[in-house]
Design a protein around this ligand. Structure first.
Ligand code: DER
Length: 219
């Protein structure tokens, strides 16, 4: 499909940013899966990877790319990941794939966050995509009530458990006018592990593809 072509095109455009002999931070999702496939072609120039999900770890190992524990890696120069939405400030909504906590952790460590996406992910105002929030299971109902007070419509992602054993609420109808401030408000709700607003720490570079050309956005 045109969107899959665009995802693959954006993913391959990230390869030149990977330094030889480095440990690359790898995100999660269908766009990243194309990136992992492209990494396999340069795996002998790589020291290895740090992964943001069991799924990406599985794919990396299947292609013979060593996967390191983040605690054993002093620094990560480049983190490559997708987004569900991204705005002109390179702030994102992530978590569609349910890996937002480890994604946010590896992104926090990385010196440069490169977002790879098909152009349809670009938006003027974040929030059309339901905001994923990872929640400690016993706090689900309490957090849902707090999100309603904030004007959201939280939907429990039934039957889904994150790699960390938590649940996800997807919050619809949020008007996110001040992403950084709102991210802090969400972080302060007891029981919230991670919210999918990547605003305080946005991407540094976005590679957006329409399938034939790459638009490079920089902060
Ligand atoms: O879940 C995630 O954060 C993914 O990175 C998501 O934001 C992008 O997934 P996609 O590449 O499959 O659209």
């Amino acid at each position: 499909s045109p969107q899959e072509t665009a995802k693959k095109h954006a993913a391959e455009a990230a390869i030149p940013f990977i330094e030889k002999g480095s440990i690359v931070g790898v995100g999660t999702g269908s766009t990243v899966n194309y990136f992992i496939d492209a990494l396999a072609a340069i795996k002998f120039d790589l020291e290895g990877a740090v992964s943001s999900s069991d799924e990406s770890t599985r794919r990396l190992k299947a292609l013979g790319i060593p996967v390191y524990d983040l605690n054993g890696v002093p620094e990560i120069s480049v983190y490559v990941d997708g987004a569900d939405e991204i705005n002109r400030h390179l702030q994102m909504i992530k978590g569609g794939g349910g890996a937002l906590t480890r994604e946010k952790i590896v992104a926090a460590v990385a010196k440069r966050f490169i977002c790879i996406a098909d152009k349809s992910k670009f938006t003027k105002q974040l929030g059309d995509f339901p905001l994923p929030i990872e929640v400690i299971p016993m706090a689900r109902s309490y957090v849902a009530r707090e999100l309603v007070k904030l004007g959201g419509d939280p939907v429990y992602r039934e039957g889904f458990v994150t790699d960390n054993g938590n649940i996800i609420l997807d919050v619809h109808h949020l008007d996110i006018l001040k992403p950084i401030a709102f991210e802090e408000i969400l972080n302060n709700i007891t029981g919230v592990v991670t919210n999918g607003l990547f605003a305080a720490r946005p991407a540094d570079i976005a590679l957006l593809s329409d399938g034939s050309s790459i638009e490079t956005l920089k902060r």
